[in-house]
Design a binder for this molecule. Structure first.
Ligand SMILES: [Fe+2]
Length: 259
């Protein structure tokens, strides 16, 4: 005896069974099948069955895993601000991370300003170390680019860039014992280490706020470059300590100019 079900999406046809050409309602025989069951099919002996419950309006899944796209999207829609003064893109971006990015922008600008002052010093007619002037000018631009990259990131996350004051840098870099080139390079090394420390602080703020994207951004865009800059400037300091203040510094300057 072969039984086949006739399933339907209409509201009443739940379990019509084709029994030798005659359709019979077997629902009273199936008390254990919940009216909430959406689709069920299988085979038992010669009986093949396929049911579609239609009375159900709920979407609860037997597995406990429920995917309700429209309900879930609606929750997100509630998070989209209607005010034109608020960011539309902002999502899970804490005030603390936003403030920390603005602080880092200020750090980068301050360092850029000091390097710019060093460029102006070494470019003077009575100093004329053009290689060092070139190096510090490029370094200044690089720090400004870092500030701009952080600004772009701030906007990308829906934060607001707030620029703060920058400090007036030194204008004289002469040092009686070390000479200006070594003194300037040691100052650059200490600034790069300071920037690295500030970047690590920013990374820890991101981690504390579970901001995985910000942490990844700092790691991939800043930390490696910063470690490499510290290594390069450390080598320059070591070389300047070897060559002395006079003729040796001139050759070091030429190396930077040609490089
Ligand atoms: Fe930087």
């Amino acid at each position: 005896m072969l039984l086949k079900t006739v399933s339907s999406s209409s509201s009443s046809a739940l379990s019509l069974v084709n029994f030798h050409g005659v359709k019979k309602d077997v629902s009273p025989l199936l008390p254990s099948i919940s009216s909430n069951l959406r689709v069920s099919s299988g085979k038992s002996g010669n009986l093949t069955f396929s049911f579609r419950a239609s009375k159900s309006s709920t979407t609860d899944a037997l597995s406990g895993v429920v995917f309700e796209p429209f309900k879930e999207v609606k929750k997100e829609l509630d998070l989209v601000p209607t005010s034109s003064h608020l960011s539309l893109a902002r999502q899970k971006y804490s005030d603390e991370c936003e403030a920390a990015i603005n602080e880092q922008i200020n750090v980068e600008y301050n360092v850029s300003y000091v390097y710019h002052a060093m460029y102006a010093y070494f470019d003077r007619d009575n100093i004329a170390l053009k290689g060092l002037a070139k190096f510090f000018k490029e370094s200044s631009l690089e720090e400004r680019e870092h500030a701009e990259k952080l600004m772009e990131y701030q906007n990308k996350r829906g934060g607001r860039v707030k620029l703060q004051s920058i400090v007036m840098p030194l204008s004289e870099f002469e040092h009686v014992d070390k000479g200006d080139a070594l003194y300037g390079m040691e100052l650059a090394l200490s600034l790069e280490k300071l920037v690295n420390e500030k970047l690590l602080n920013l990374h820890s703020v991101a981690s504390k706020n579970n901001d995985v994207h910000l942490a990844d951004f700092i790691e991939s865009e800043f930390l490696t470059e910063q470690v490499e800059a510290i290594k390069l400037i450390s080598e320059y300091v070591a070389q300047l300590r070897r060559v002395g203040k006079g003729h040796g510094t001139w050759h070091f300057n030429q190396m930077l100019l040609e490089g």
